[in-house]
Design a binder for this molecule. Sequence first.
Ligand SMILES: *Cc1c(COP(=O)(O)O)cnc(C)c1O
Length: 223
Amino acid sequence: MKKEDSIKGIFSEIGTNTCVVAVSKTKPDEDILAVYNQGQRIFGENKVQELEGKYERLPKDIKWHFIGHLQTNKVKYIAPFVSLIHSVDSLKILRVINKEAVKNNRVIDCLLQIKIAEEETKFGLSKSEVKHILSSPDFSELKNIQIKGIMGMATNTDDKIQVKSEFSELKRTFIEIRDSFFQDKDYFSEISMGMSHDYKIAVEEGATLVRIGSKIFGERVYH
Ligand SMILES: *Cc1c(COP(=O)(O)O)cnc(C)c1O
């Protein structure tokens, strides 16, 4: 299947309430440009250095989303241009993002990554950790970040029922957090969930952003 066909196929399946983040990690510039030329403008990367290089070389109207685990000492490299950070998992990293946003005279949009999968390895916050962060006085001081919603990754399994229940739990968590902390804040509106193998379920369960890599770009080859 040609790349153009794969991205158009995805758009026809997901409808207009969900945005596609084309996850271009490990892929060369020319592959990204091919998808860009089909009209895609949101791309996702999970390595700071790789993202920096691609930002420098590729068209400036691309909205770059950071989806990987972010270390505090690397925030400064993406702070000038990153459009959304999906993977915030501590107050400490939020403070650093805020500090770098101040230096760049901008507000950086973020999602809180919530742990929904049963695997030990997945990063993310528990519901009680989220509540702790959002109710702390420190958090209210951070004027140069905006929490736009939450992100989660389901367990990597073929069990569709399990995946569906994890996504529906994430949606409930979203509503709970919104009602407790963002009641009249329209910007708290994003649920980032679903990847190549489970995005259809995620869309059914209310994803506003799906992060799709291999289904658009082909399988990744790691050297
Ligand atoms: C790589 C990655 C994706 C995309 O994975 P695919 O299975 O290729 O669609 C989505 N989200 C995160 C956090 C990733 O690291």
